[in-house]
Design a binder for this molecule. Structure first.
Ligand SMILES: [Fe+2]
Length: 313
């Protein structure tokens, strides 16, 4: 039938134990992982095992796995890659390929769809409409740890944005939701507005991963808890993106990767009813919130990462 979600990502970092502690504090649950697996595996509330951390010399996204409904999808992906002259190989449940622009291995595999319990927005008082009489807001009464419900998207720098975009769209079957001309395309493999965004960059690197939480209070509470532990983790937030509409707050893990809490992302259920648009300038980045810091646009460790690459390390 179709692609339907991101299943799991593998991030390589030089400091696995320290980075694993960060993602545990971020709200992901440590999972047992596979026998003999020396990496660290984490689960989300609804998506199962969605993050693996493995040791690498420099931080990067090693692998991205995409769920498809049935073997017909795998056949279609393999045929499309072949038409594009992109090498691929079969895995027990899918097909594996490699994107040289982002230096990421991509696996499309048959996997179950994500099932999420209906999570209605809490009652909200608005002018002329008292939806929550005589009661404090649920968002200020919560004491639970914030736990991301699922992995939402990844954003990657590519040495060849056009080539990476071609692999994801024409090769794998991602759809384009919106475009920032000359920079990036927001691509989806599910009803989420975007699951993968690839932007042109001077080197292949992982910009950020993004994790769904229930609502804006969880975005704020999650980030606040992370910053109480270490204020230097702050990157950018709280704000609302214009493209995709989601509330966001970005934090930095100990390896330099950004991780985003998000809520209320646009969802595209009927492709025919969504009109992709192009966005220029700051609108491509955000609708409201503090202005993006320069380190969001160009992470501070990029120069060092490039030196490492060019030095052959
Ligand atoms: Fe994001």
């Amino acid at each position: 039938m179709a692609l339907h979600r991101l299943t799991r990502i593998t991030i390589g970092v030089p400091n696995v134990a320290e980075t694993a502690s960060y993602y545990a504090e971020f709200g992901l649950s440590k999972a047992p992982g596979s026998p003999g697996d020396e990496g660290h595996t984490f689960s989300t509330g609804d998506g199962g095992e969605q993050l693996r951390l493995v040791p690498t010399e420099r931080r990067r996204l090693v692998e991205l796995r995409v769920g498809a409904d049935d073997p017909d999808d795998i056949e279609r992906v393999a045929a499309s890659l072949s038409r594009l002259d992109i090498a691929s190989e079969r895995t027990p449940a899918g097909v594996r390929t490699y994107d040289p622009g982002t230096e990421v291995t991509v696996v499309v595999e048959v996997a179950g769809r994500i099932e999420q319990a209906d999570t209605p927005a809490p009652p909200c008082n608005t002018p002329g409409h008292i939806a929550r009489p005589d009661t404090r807001a649920p968002g200020v009464m919560r004491e639970n740890r914030v736990q991301p419900r699922k992995l939402g998207h990844v954003v990657l720098g590519s040495l060849d944005q056009a080539g990476s975009q071609r692999l994801f769209t024409e090769g794998l079957g991602f759809k384009i939701s919106d475009t920032v001309p000359g920079l990036a395309a927001f691509m989806r493999c599910s009803t989420d507005h975007h699951n993968v965004l690839v932007q042109q960059a001077p080197l292949a690197f992982l910009h950020h991963t993004s994790w769904q939480v229930n609502d804006i209070d969880e975005v704020g509470r999650g980030a606040t808890m992370m910053l109480e532990k270490d204020p230097a983790r702050h990157v950018w937030g709280l704000g609302r993106h214009h493209v995709g509409s989601n509330f966001f707050w970005y934090l930095r893990d100990p390896a330099g990767n950004f991780s985003e809490y998000y809520s209320d992302l646009d969802c595209i259920v009927d492709d025919a009813l969504w009109t992709p648009r192009t966005w220029e300038g700051l609108r491509g980045l955000y609708n409201w919130g503090p202005p993006p810091p320069p380190s969001f646009l160009a992470p501070e460790d990029l120069a060092g990462l490039m030196t490492g690459v060019h030095g052959g390390r």
